[in-house]
Design a protein around this ligand. Structure first.
Ligand code: FEO
Length: 393
């Protein structure tokens, strides 16, 4: 694709990957993704911000066909979907200086096989004069790796944010106006990539709160014409206060757990508590991650398989444990045939979460009236915790 103008002298030269369906060999990409790169042309110097995923390098090469000179290569983030093209760029533009944060320098050496002397580090707040255009580097750690920085183009008030404020979506639209049309994609991206670093993301939001921003140009997805909307969405997602929502990953083999899940959903809804159930063998884990952004409570439901939780449920617990959502309450329900430690093992799999575990409800075979009454008590306990949190009246 040929370069596309964002404002005069600032061009988009990245790649749309319409067909990619999995990221990090883990994350579903129902709408593909993009690897954005931006060319900033000053009166005297030209800078390229971020590169692209190696598999799409041909698109960047094409976009730079008529760009004879690049003076600075700026690596906001060393993950290969944004840095993979750098070795080729250093060959194409041998005079270019590669600029990155101090934390990024050894990571560029480790991940790309560069020599340390090929990387010039820039400090937080440092400015780079391109001639009539000034880039300011702002360290924004953990969005999404520890070395990440953002680059702010002062004269045009554009924040090149790399991963944060991004969305996994491939589109020929250069801009998005407002957030509603990409809310799902942006939230999915935050959930899968940023949620574990929620508190640091909030600190980064504080760090940019006084910047005068006209456009946010992330390195995945379209450019935000309305920066306030996506920033406010990030404020909501990173806020400590959860929503009145139970996330319920579940698995059933012969229907007993399904009966328990159905009963618990009814008991919760009857008490005014919203429920997002996810039947794990057929679930898009991106949607589970998105629900975890808001949930106050997690209930894991499944049968016992060889003394522990069903592996498909275990996957959900491992994911939740890794994403460290803001949930405050958790419980385990399920079934067993003859013996097992399903509840204890499931609880142990959520060790990273700061949650109160309510009493589990585990029954032998089919749930009987006493088991259903126990589920009613669990629903009442959850509703009570939500009332204490001020999210259910
Ligand atoms: Fe899009 Fe963390 O890389």
């Amino acid at each position: 694709m040929k370069p596309r103008q964002i404002v005069p002298g600032v061009l988009a030269v990245g790649a749309q990957d319409f067909d990619r369906r999995l990221f990090d060999a883990l994350i579903p990409l129902p709408d593909g993704t993009s690897y954005n790169a931006y060319l900033v042309q000053g009166r005297d110097k030209t800078a390229l911000i971020d590169a692209v995923e190696p598999a799409m390098l041909h698109v960047l090469k094409d976009g730079l066909n008529d760009v004879p000179r690049v003076d600075y290569l700026i690596s906001n983030h060393t993950e290969q979907d944004h840095s993979g093209g750098i070795p080729w760029l250093l060959e194409r533009y041998p005079q270019a200086q590669l600029l990155a944060s101090a934390t990024a320098k050894p990571m560029l050496v480790d991940h790309l096989g560069l020599r340390a002397e090929q990387v010039r580090t820039v400090a937080d707040g440092e400015r780079l004069d391109l001639g009539g255009r000034t880039l300011r580097f702002i360290t924004t750690p953990w969005v999404h790796w520890p070395e990440t920085m953002s680059t702010y183009l002062e004269e045009d008030r554009i924040l090149f944010s790399c991963d944060w404020f991004g969305s996994h979506v491939a589109t020929t639209d250069l801009f998005v106006d407002g957030i509603e049309c990409i809310r799902q994609e942006a939230k999915r991206y935050y959930a899968e990539i940023m949620m574990p670093f929620r508190k640091i993301v909030r600190q980064n939001l504080e760090k940019i709160k006084d910047l005068d921003i006209s456009l946010i140009a992330p390195s995945h997805g379209p450019i935000h014409k309305d920066p306030g909307s996506i920033i406010q969405a990030y404020r909501d997602w990173t806020d400590d206060r959860p929503h009145n929502l139970v996330v319920l990953p579940w698995v059933t083999m012969h229907g007993s757990t399904a009966l328990m899940v159905e009963h618990l959903i009814g008991a919760l809804v009857g008490r005014g508590v919203a429920v997002a159930p996810f039947n794990m063998p057929v679930t898009d884990i991106g949607k589970l991650a998105m629900a975890l952004v808001d949930a106050a409570t997690i209930v894991a439901a499944g049968p016992t398989v060889h003394v522990g939780p069903h592996p498909a449920l275990f996957n959900a617990l491992i994911l939740a444990n890794a994403l460290r959502p803001k949930a405050r309450v958790a419980a385990v329900i399920g079934t067993y045939g003859w013996a097992g430690k399903m509840a204890e093992t499931a609880k142990g799999a959520l060790a990273n979460l700061k949650v109160e575990f309510l009493d589990p409800v585990i029954c032998k075979g089919l749930p009987r009236p006493a088991d259903l009454e126990a589920l009613d008590r669990l629903a009442e306990a959850i509703a009570g915790r939500h009332r204490e949190l001020g999210i259910l009246s």
